[in-house]
Design a binder for this molecule. Structure first.
Ligand SMILES: *[C@@H]1O[C@H](CO)[C@@H](O)[C@H](O)[C@H]1NC(C)=O
Ligand SMILES: *[C@@H]1O[C@H](CO)[C@@H](O)[C@H](O)[C@H]1NC(C)=O
Ligand SMILES: *[C@@H]1O[C@H](CO)[C@@H](O)[C@H](O)[C@H]1NC(C)=O
Ligand SMILES: *[C@@H]1O[C@H](CO)[C@@H](O)[C@H](O)[C@H]1NC(C)=O
Ligand SMILES: *[C@@H]1O[C@H](CO)[C@@H](O)[C@H](O)[C@H]1NC(C)=O
Length: 445
């Protein structure tokens, strides 16, 4: 399935780093000062109205009631008391919102949140900068079936991870999401790139710091989570070698430093791979001409590697581990057909169902999270599912397509041109992954 081939890298990559902090102009300082004054004032006004109502309707001498009623309606988070923000808990019990099912609702400008050039997102995901002419894909928000998903709030997110190391581990979807997060946080807080690997165009190991809140954000390339060699290290190789008895070194060596971990894998399990357990070959998938070795498909290796990673992360320490479910690609034709993904609108409700394989990968992620969560017994580490399969399935319009290249039609329309119908544009639907991640982080156990 060509759909699952991570796009090859193209063109010369220029990088200017470290990325400077944004919001430096005096006019923007003035604006944000006024915003703060106004929103603080509004917050006070709203709160006093609520308190007034509560005092009016509740008997005196029931302060606990008042407090818990207040909490039912609001979770007020304050980034150092400077950025007050209110969350409408939106129906249902607090913390019970299920973001899995829902629909995309037209909302002008909802996803127009940052300039991907300013936060130095990977060139192939800067759709606007690369000249994508339609921008309607930025005018949608995810509406869960039975509650509300608040828009991303950088102050709330950074307050939730103050002093912490937030690590994304996995394939290029992990990278797509980390870059979205850096852009979302970076539009409100100063930051810089601390480290990048020697092959900057690949962006396999990068780390950023947000010094005002002592927050570190990293991404670790480990498309199988487990130790691997071959294609995962060098894309020209024909296949992967994956070791089901060991985790990939780089991230597992740093695991003890991670307070929040987002695991995101799946797309590499289609690619020809030989699986080992120690020195023994225990199976393969999609490798031709290999006699006496069974094709073990992709579900078992996906489950085993996820389980091994969860055992490492949940078994010790006190952290939040989040497993992102599979986010499918939308190649309609050959990978190098320039019209392979050209939709400009999400699928309508009922137009597209979650595919069988995608659904099965999603179920495996849910099952492994439930098992790991039961094992941790509500103490120590917490395990959550970031269920994006449905919302991502519905967004064929959110990929760069041919706008993974800068100005792709500068010299006419070529017959063959690689498209990216797998990752999402920045800004784009992947920002919603981080909107949900924020809600998981501030949710009580
Ligand atoms: C086998 O690998 C190729 C090349 O990556 C891919 O296009 C195809 O979908 C894979 N097939 C299966 C059955 O996973
Ligand atoms: C984004 O930022 C770059 C660099 O600062 C600038 O050249 C470009 O015009 C900006 N794009 C938009 C859409 O504002
Ligand atoms: C910053 O966070 C790290 C953990 O990520 C902690 O060890 C360190 O003490 C913190 N530093 C400050 C100044 O808070
Ligand atoms: C690898 O071998 C060990 C020891 O024989 C066994 O316990 C484990 O289940 C095997 N793992 C897989 C994925 O087959
Ligand atoms: C884990 O951390 C949370 C929040 O920091 C804390 O409330 C809880 O008591 C800790 N649990 C353990 C077992 O250390």
């Amino acid at each position: 399935m060509a759909a699952c081939e991570p796009p090859r890298h193209h063109g010369a990559t220029r990088l200017s780093c470290p990325t400077p902090a944004t919001t430096t102009g005096s006019s923007s300082n003035l604006c944000s000062f006024l915003n703060r004054v106004v929103s603080t004032w509004l917050l006070c006004a709203v709160l006093s109205l609520v308190v007034f109502n509560l005092l009016w309707f509740y008997p005196i001498g029931a302060p606990l009631n008042v407090a818990s009623t207040l909490l039912q309606y609001f979770t007020a988070t304050s980034g150092e008391g400077k950025h007050p923000s209110i969350y409408w808990s939106g129906g249902g019990e607090e913390g019970s919102c299920d973001y899995s099912e829902g629909r995309w609702v037209a909302t002008a400008g909802h996803a127009r949140r940052y300039n991907a050039t300013e936060c130095n997102a990977k060139e192939s995901e800067r759709c606007i900068g690369n000249g994508r002419p339609d921008t309607g894909y930025l005018d949608w928000r995810w509406q869960p079936a039975s509650c509300e998903l608040p828009a991303f709030d950088a102050a709330a997110f950074i307050a939730a991870v103050r002093g912490k190391h937030v690590a994304f581990v996995g394939d290029s979807m992990a990278r797509n999401q980390v870059e979205s997060l850096v852009c979302l946080l970076g539009s409100a807080f100063p930051y810089h790139l601390v480290y990048r690997d020697p092959r900057p165009s690949e962006r396999r190991f990068w780390r950023w710091a947000f010094p005002t809140h002592n927050v570190t954000v990293s991404v670790y390339w480990a498309p199988f989570l487990a130790r691997s060699a071959g294609k995962t290290d060098d894309y020209r190789q024909p296949r992967n070698l994956v070791y089901l008895d060991a985790l990939a070194k780089r991230w597992s060596a740093d695991a003890d430093t991670m307070d929040v971990v987002v695991l995101s894998q799946g797309h590499w399990f289609w690619i020809p791979t030989i699986y080992h357990n120690g020195s023994e070959v225990i199976g393969m998938h999609n490798v031709t001409g290999l006699k006496h070795t069974d094709d073990i498909g992709l579900f078992s290796p996906y489950r085993w590697t996820l389980r091994m990673a969860l055992e490492r992360l949940v078994g010790s320490g006190n952290r939040t581990v989040v497993v992102a479910t599979f986010s499918p690609s939308h190649f309609k034709k050959a990978w190098d057909d320039p019209t392979t993904c050209t939709r400009t609108r999400p699928y309508e409700e009922g137009e597209k169902e979650v595919g069988g394989i995608e659904g099965e990968l999603r179920s495996i992620a849910m099952e492994e999270v439930a098992t790991a969560s039961a094992r941790s017994g509500g103490r120590g580490s917490r395990v959550e599912v970031l269920d994006v399969t449905k919302l991502a399935t519905m967004r064929p319009d959110g990929h760069p397509g041919v706008y993974m290249h800068h100005d792709p039609f500068a010299r006419g329309v070529p017959k063959r041109l690689q498209s990216d119908c797998l990752h999402f544009c920045l800004p784009g639907p992947v920002d919603t992954f981080n909107e949900i991640l924020l809600q998981l982080l501030i949710r009580k156990r």
